[in-house]
Design a protein around this ligand. Sequence first.
Ligand SMILES: Cc1cc2nc3c(=O)[nH]c(=O)nc-3n(C[C@H](O)[C@H](O)[C@H](O)COP(=O)(O)O)c2cc1C
Length: 368
Amino acid sequence: MQTVDSLTNLFSPVKLGPYTLTNRIVMAPMTRLRAVGSLPNELMATYYAQRASAGLIVSECTMVSPLSNGYMNCPGIYSQEQIEGWKQVTEAVHAQGGKIFLQLWHSGRVAHSALLNGELPIAPSAIAAAGTLHTPIGKVNLETPRALETKEIPQIVEQFRQGAENAMTAGFDGVELHGAFGYLIDQFLQDGSNQRHDEYGGSIENRTRFLLEVVTAVTNVWGGNLVGIKLSPSNTFYGMKDSNPQETFSYAIARLNDFNLAYIHLMEPNETDLANREVLNPVLPIFRPLYIGTIITNGGYDKQKGNQVLSSGEADLVSYARLFIANPDLPQRFQIDAGLNTPEVKTFYGIGDKDLEKGYTNYPFLEV
Ligand SMILES: Cc1cc2nc3c(=O)[nH]c(=O)nc-3n(C[C@H](O)[C@H](O)[C@H](O)COP(=O)(O)O)c2cc1C
């Protein structure tokens, strides 16, 4: 944790790894499904550059391999063409003085063979996630995945490592591992989705093994202080559950102390999680004392709540997702207490390849 006092607020500069960020307002990762053919493009460069006044941008989740595809028009970072596509984005953000981390992602069981050229999704165990997905054959229920064989797991770790290296080639300032929201890393961590009997399942130590192997591989590429990880101990999305989330996440977070990471990005439960079942709430006070490094807190913050949590010293930065969709100049609006545009839910995700700029790059900036 960094030094704070009661005057620390969203506009206090902050050290993050080797960088000094001009504010503590982070743009949270958001899938927007505008990467037609999984290729980052000029429109995405415009979108991210518009939001470069955030202290840090974390990109949308990005596939580390073709088999990690959970969504149509989600970008990847495993081909040369994708690396070239991302270069447009990083150059555009840097030209505006911003910093951007790439979110490395494997969807695991949140996928469907219709998105994977007929192959079954892979996961720690053959347990289907709850929910539906849009695929080229329409909206489908999530399929029961194939359990990874022990000998296959190093290949997946290698995909994350390669993705981290590719992100460096593409000009990113760092990477964030998507360990949240019911995707592959989270699937290994929680016993509702991990019923393995090998060294990757059973005890908490074993369920944390995959996460730690990925963190080790990726920090070997970037160094610890340019790698963050997002965790969501109270997320119930995609049927995620654990028999003892406090114990599981306490262990994982304590182990992450060993890596001198740029940050842990910790997500609070949302209204659906709270309605679904009893979950840890709030998350931050439970885990803050266990972690010695920087914490970005996320979930349901506005300006006032953001300033409060920073001045209390409980978190070091605050990330905003939905507010950044509709307000490309969110920091400036916060600074002068300007009104906020309302995000339009129906254009959160791009559909097909038409009108992709609608609800994406056409939200108005403040008029000055
Ligand atoms: C449209 C949309 C897409 C999202 N995609 C991602 C994603 O790719 N990776 C991720 O970690 N979180 C994703 N999230 C979750 C957000 O990063 C964030 O955790 C959540 O929206 C709560 O923050 P907020 O209350 O400021 O919106 C997404 C959220 C939204 C609204």
